[in-house]
Design a protein around this ligand. Structure first.
Ligand code: SAH
Length: 352
């Protein structure tokens, strides 16, 4: 739901000023349509239905993996694919991985989203709608309430979402205005900025702008190689922003925001998982500023992922060189919902 359009429309209809907030709060509480917002006059509900699309993203497919991960494939009103993922953890966290662009302009060679090319930036509300969708999924599958018909004095407490990662399709820092508006709207859904992570391929002006915002978000950097030569082959954006510049921007971010930057490092067999590369990585990253997360590669065709053994020995070398690292647990692989598998067309990565 486009909040600006909502506010404008309600003003045009001569509605009182509190209406927009009321409608938005109902949507954030998990209402699936205007019709369900029974606290609004019926005529207003149908008026809104005509003028302000409840959601402009159309759900095309929804897949659920055995580990509870849900992947949703949407189309924008103008036909572009958008993918998002819900991850549920035993400790109760409900984390959404959402897209900020349809496709991606940066063309990292290992990533399915990069390979599909760039369609367009998503609007702030298209970004928020992905999270709203999963909020309803969580509420409808995990709430003890039997639905909106239940006669209770108060609405059921919202089971809710807890974390967001802007790590789906796209480069968030190349669509920063919309991303900032979306991040500022997410607390309405229970996701505060401290539990929102923005992941970048190293778009330096975006990192600097983000550092200057009064917004305590987490910053993640996709590094994937310890030297410019290799990184340039994997991530063409390196030609524009070399590693030294990117890390310097991350240090400025840390200096201002006092939050460590999470470095993501994909483990590609025989490409970036050698012992010397672990040592080089340890020299690059000061543990006072950076945390390192090693990411098992979800194969999308071009590369082979490092074995568990190779990942463990890489981690061991890092540790000896003074840098501790964590290893990311892959989720939702069998439904191609895992990192780098978001390509907008189910089945195109050759998995069954
Ligand atoms: N453009 C941003 C956000 C999108 S990618 C960025 O580059 O950070 C989010 C994460 O998924 C990145 O760390 C990316 O490197 C990782 N990723 C991409 N392809 C992957 C794959 N096939 N397997 C595992 N992780 C992948």
């Amino acid at each position: 739901m486009d909040r600006e359009l909502l506010e404008q429309t309600l003003a045009d209809l001569g509605q009182p000023a509190y209406r927009a907030r009321q409608v938005w709060e109902r949507a954030c509480a998990g209402a699936g349509s205007y019709e369900e917002m029974t606290s609004l006059p019926k005529s207003l509900r149908s008026e809104l239905d005509q003028r302000v699309p409840f959601s402009t993203l159309e759900l095309e497919r929804q897949l659920e993996a055995g580990d509870g991960t849900v992947k949703a494939l949407f189309r924008t009103h103008d036909g572009h694919p958008v993918e998002s993922v819900l991850m549920r953890y035993r400790d109760g966290r409900r984390s959404v991985c959402i897209s900020t662009q349809s496709g991606c302009p940066l063309k990292c060679v290992f990533c399915a989203s990069g390979q599909m090319g760039f369609r367009r930036n998503l609007s702030a509300w298209e970004i928020v709608e992905q999270a709203l969708f999963f909020l309803r999924v969580v509420n409808s599958t995990e709430s003890s309430s039997s639905g909106p018909e239940t006669v209770t004095a108060k609405p059921e407490p919202v089971a809710g979402l807890s974390n967001a990662a802007l790590m789906g399709m796209g480069e968030p820092l190349m669509n920063l205005e919309a991303v900032l508006t979306a991040v500022r709207a997410l607390p309405g859904l229970g996701i505060g900025p401290r539990r929102t992570a923005i992941s970048t391929a190293g778009w330096v002006p975006g990192i600097d702008r983000l550092a200057g915002e009064e917004l305590p978000v987490k910053l993640a950097l996709s590094l994937h190689a310890p030297d410019d030569e290799l990184r340039g082959k994997l991530m063409p954006v390196t030609a524009r922003f070399p590693i030294a510049e990117v890390l310097a921007a991350c240090k400025r971010f840390y200096a201002v925001r006092r939050r460590k930057v999470l470095v993501e490092y994909l483990m590609l067999s025989g490409v970036n998982d050698h012992r010397e590369q672990a040592r080089a990585l340890a020299r690059l990253l000061n543990p006072k500023v950076f945390k390192l997360n090693l990411i098992p590669y979800n194969e999308t065709g071009a590369f082979r992922g490092s074995s568990r053994l190779a990942i463990d020995s890489f981690r061991e070398t890092l540790s000896k060189a003074g840098l501790e690292a964590t290893v990311r647990v892959a989720r939702g692989r069998e439904i191609e919902a895992a990192c780098g598998q978001l390509a907008g067309e189910p089945g195109t990565t050759g998995h069954t």
